[in-house]
Structures are given as C-alpha cells and as structure tokens.
Design a protein. Structure first.
Length: 433
C-alpha cells in the first residue's frame, strides 16, 4: 500500500516518513490510535509473530506454587523513565490470571527503603502484594521495586528544558520527543555515576526483604531497613522459591546487584555490623548456595551496558565454582542463576546474550546459565510504501503485555507444565554442552 500522493517527491516522502516514525517513537501510537494507526497499520489477519527459544529448559513461577513447605516470591525491577509505585499492575493482573490466582490482599504494603550502609539516604519504594488461590492452596508474594526516587532529583536539572520558556519554541511532535528523551535518557548516565551505589543498595534491600520473611512478617508502611540474614531466616531461604523479573536497564541493575551480593557474601567480615543489626551467618550463606534463581530479563540490555565497563571481580572460573567437583564449589553464591533474556529483534535497545558472554562478563560465583527468547512483541506492518516495519517503541515496552511472554514466565518451557499457547506458538531448541 502506497499512502503518498503522486506529487510527493522522494525527499518529501522521507520527511513525512520521519515525522510519522517520530510520532510512533514518542508514544503517539497510543494517543492517536484512531488516527495514525488507522492510516499506517495494515495488521495481519493471522498473528504470525516469531517466538523462538534457545537454551536450557526452565521452569516457570507456577512450578511449586501449591507446595506444602515454603513460599513463592517474585521481585520486579523497572528500567529507564520515571516510575511510580503500582507500575506493574497490568502485568501482575495478567500474571495472576495465567497462574489462576483468583484472590489477593486487600491492600499492598509499601516499604520506604533505607539501608545501614547508606544512612539517611532514601532508596525508593518496595510495594508488596499477596496473591492466592485458596481452593488450590497457591500463594505468591510479589515485590515491586521503584527506584526512580533516587534519580528524580538529578533529572530535575533538565526540568527547565520542559518549561514554557523553552518548550513553546519546539514543534509539537519534537516537544513530545524531547520530554520523552529528558525522562529516559539520563537514567543510564546517572546509573554510571554516584547514584549507582544507591540503586544497587535498593536492589539489595529488596532482595533482603524477599529472603527474610513472608507476607505477614513485612511492615505495612513507613521507612525500614532489612539488616541481615541470621540463622532465624534459614528456613525461608532453604524452602522458598525466588524469581526476579527486570526490564531494560533493570537487567543491568539486577546482575550488578547480584554481583554486589556475591562480593558481600564473600567478605562478610568487612560488611557485618552487629551493633546496627547487620548480620550474615555461615549457615544462611550455605542455604543460599543451594538456590536456583531464575531471572527473566525483558528487553535485555546486558551486552550494550557492558561496553566500557571493567570485568567482574571473579571471571572465567565457572567450572571451578559451579561444578560440584570444582575446587571452589563451596565458594559459589548460588547453585544456579538461570538468565532468560527476552529480546524483540525490532527493539532497538535490546539484545540476546551471545555465546561466551557468561564466562567472560559475569561473575563466576553466580553460576549463570543462558536461555535466549527471540520474540516479536510488536506487530509488523506496511507503511510509507515499505513492508516489514515495526514500531520500535512498542517493541521495547510491550513485553509485559504479551500473552506469550506472560505464559513463559508463568509456566516456562521444555517441561510438563509448558502452556499450550507456548507449545503452539513458540519454537524451542534445547542447547547442550
């Protein structure tokens, strides 16, 4: 379909195409759905979007939801852009439906995070929701980390650029693009600066709260510190199942946060402060070393955000740390950290994880395994006389609304609980060494 009048020159077509693409990139696809998309999109009558999975089979969140001992807990970490508590609501509702969790806590708990190692520093919000199916005996505690509070103050430096004094000088579409850029662009830059430690501490505090207790043990509100893993937490660590979900920059935050925890656990004498209740015992470390922790990375960015960084503290020694016969097996952080990297090939900011990346660029103590999910979350359309065009914004932010992504997180792949949707719509290639 050619939407241009015959009088349009090639240059005019290029300018018009650029303008409409800018509208899509800025989120105008949602605002002007009845106008822009009605003209631009020629949706396929049959959904033929790609879903290919390569790597190890993995279990989903539902693997042990109804078990008699231990609980299932999930932590979500957002990426760039300013977020407010509750940003996972749509995703959580879709996940609950997929897991057949038909009841939930009347209220959420909101913990204002702080930490002994950064006294006086506000670290964002941890919003906790409890979901269940009482008839089937299923329970899930969902932890949503909002760390935007840490970068919001620094991003205020650009507020003048969104003010009327400057904004009225811009074309309307460019104004929307600039606001979007001012909101999202600074976060990776700020993360590389002095705020990185605070963001990683917020992640560490969130993990600590998830590890140390159940729904009923958590404070309902107010500012609190999780101060350590003493022997009273062993049963939780040994019996609970933990999952982490990240988006965009969140993938880097989660891996850096896990590597930071690995460093702390290997140097407990340096970080322990019994006077302030910061305690980590050998028994809790041993219990943690037996855990399998899947991490679902939506719009994974690890390869790009590795550029220019130093190598991890311990690298190239995965066999020594992760093989039960390895010389350093008792020094590992966990038994296995399963990284499931989701990327849409039309997402300009996401990447698969290439072979050899884990061995060179991830801390060996994480015992990381890799599964890549190549999935079209954005539909391909015909526009501007071109075929095979996909909205890159939708390809970047649409993961947590895609039924196949939700089903993979809920039920995994290559196991007896794999969803019929995934069996029908996704190709799975098991990789072996």
């Amino acid at each position: 379909m050619n939407i241009f009048p015959k009088c349009f020159t090639l240059k005019s077509r290029w300018l018009f195409s650029s303008l409409l693409l800018a509208m899509l990139l800025s989120g105008c696809a949602g605002i002007g759905k009845g106008v822009a998309q009605a003209v631009l999109e020629k949706a396929e009558s049959e959904d033929t979007r790609v879903c290919q999975v390569w790597g190890k089979p993995f279990a989903g969140i539902d693997a042990n939801l109804a078990k008699s001992k231990g609980k299932t807990k999930v932590l979500f970490v957002h990426g760039v852009g300013d977020h407010l508590p509750g940003y996972t609501t749509e995703f959580l509702e879709k996940l609950a439906k997929q897991l057949n969790l038909n009841a939930r806590s009347e209220d959420q708990k909101n913990i204002q995070l702080s930490a002994p190692l950064l006294p006086g520093k506000r670290l964002g919000n941890l919003r906790v929701t409890h979901l269940m199916n009482e008839e089937e005996g299923k329970e899930l505690t969902f932890y949503e980390l909002t760390w935007s509070e840490i970068t919001r103050e620094e991003k205020a430096l650009l507020a003048f650029d969104n003010s009327g004094e400057y904004d009225f000088r811009r074309a309307q579409i460019n104004s929307m693009l600039k606001k979007f850029s001012n909101d999202t662009g600074p976060d990776p830059i700020i993360y590389l600066g002095k705020s990185r430690e605070a963001i990683l501490t917020a992640f560490g505090q969130s993990m600590c709260w998830m590890l140390t207790g159940d729904w009923e043990d958590l404070p309902g509100s107010g500012e609190h510190q999780c101060k350590g893993l003493d022997d009273s937490k062993i049963d939780h660590i040994a019996n609970d199942d933990y999952f982490v979900i990240s988006h965009s920059l969140g993938s880097r935050i989660v891996i850096d946060g896990m590597q930071r925890i690995a460093h702390i656990l290997a140097n407990t004498a340096k970080y322990e402060d019994p006077g302030h209740g910061v305690v980590v015992t050998e028994k809790t470390i041993e219990a943690f070393q037996n855990k399998l922790i899947p991490i679902f990375m939506l719009s994974n960015q690890l390869p790009m955000l590795q550029l220019g960084r130093e190598l991890p503290e311990v690298a190239g020694q995965q066999a020594s740390y992760c093989d039960p016969e390895g010389a350093l097996y008792n020094k590992r952080m966990v038994r296995e950290m399963s990284l499931i990297a989701f990327s849409d090939p039309n997402d300009l900011l996401s990447y698969g994880i290439p072979p050899g990346f884990s061995e060179k660029y991830l801390d060996s103590r994480l015992c990381a395994t890799i599964t890549n999910v190549n999935i079209n979350v954005a539909k391909v359309m015909d526009a501007f006389g071109f075929s095979d065009l996909a909205n890159p914004l939708e390809a970047h932010v649409g993961y947590d609304q895609d039924d196949r992504v939700i089903a993979l997180i809920a039920h995994g792949i290559g196991n007896e609980k794999t969803s019929p949707l995934i069996k029908q719509r996704c190709e799975f290639t098991k990789t072996v060494k």
